[in-house]
Design a protein around this ligand. Sequence first.
Ligand SMILES: Cc1ncc(COP(=O)(O)O)c(C=O)c1O
Length: 342
Amino acid sequence: MHRVLSAGQYILGPEVSAFEDEFSQFLETTQVIATGSGTDSIELILRCLDLQGKAVVIPDFAPSAVASGVVRAGAKVVLADVDPESLILCPRALRRLLESPEGKSIKAALVVHLYGNPANWSELEKVTRDHGIHLLEDAAQAHGGSWQGRALGTMGRMSAFSFYPTKNLGAIGDAGAIATADAALADLARQRRQYGWKTRYESDSPGINSRMDELQAGILRVKLRTLKWQVTQRQKWAGKYDAAVANNPRIQAQITTSGGIHAYHQYVVRCAQREELTAHLQSRGIPTTILYPSALHQQKAWQQSGEFAEAERAAAEVLALPLHPYLDELSIDHVCSALNDF
Ligand SMILES: Cc1ncc(COP(=O)(O)O)c(C=O)c1O
């Protein structure tokens, strides 16, 4: 922070460039473009792919930010149900939509690796390839996860990351990034994050203002050094929770996608008696959160008709348990024994 303040350049300077390089090395991809937030990153990737006025499929069980980003890009949100085990966009639901009368207007699917659980990329890729649409990634909850050896956020043509403070890699304010292996799209994203400037004061196409601050980049560079360790800690605690709920018929863990390594941004269980479980944990001093209490189509802003049985069931049953890298073994064991007793 001192280095940034002494240098006196506060936006898109050497810290941002260094962070872009370091994060692209971490992901093993060629291009990272730092932005102002995850929502901005979604907007920008859709704009770079000229999806304004087109329909984009997103999972119905996802944070509102995903739908907001699509709308801000001038695209139309089309919701699809999720897979009941992984809670990720269901390939069969996506195919049904693409084969429906409305299917022709759909030009992209934006997949969310929910809570850090990797999507089954090859299944989704098959559906989107059959219909000639873009497959894009929202890796805002997935820093440090992978699928079949590929880092989450490097499989889509373009991907969006958020560095909101609570994320696996979090800044001390809003920040985000785009990742892509396509140099031309990366150039376009760099222009469009700053007024569409090709060179200073010369815009090639309309852009927005979504630039990362030097202070955020400096903080992210320091935190990136321990990201691998932090994700390993999350996985270690998640393994203990998995073991604690494995034989409890009243609680189901989210199923990690086969071939994937979960980034465990959140550890979320499902329980048909959620209120009872919440009260039981609370009585032992264990806080929980509901992520997310309603599916997107159930919210006023995103209402639409369709088949969303799994998203609705997920919204009624999910409960996030305490999880962060700095929890200690004793606290985790306390939660595990409370889960056992339920
Ligand atoms: C899956 C997902 N996508 C997008 C976003 C938006 O990111 P931001 O809050 O940085 O705009 C978030 C986080 O809030 C998220 O969890």
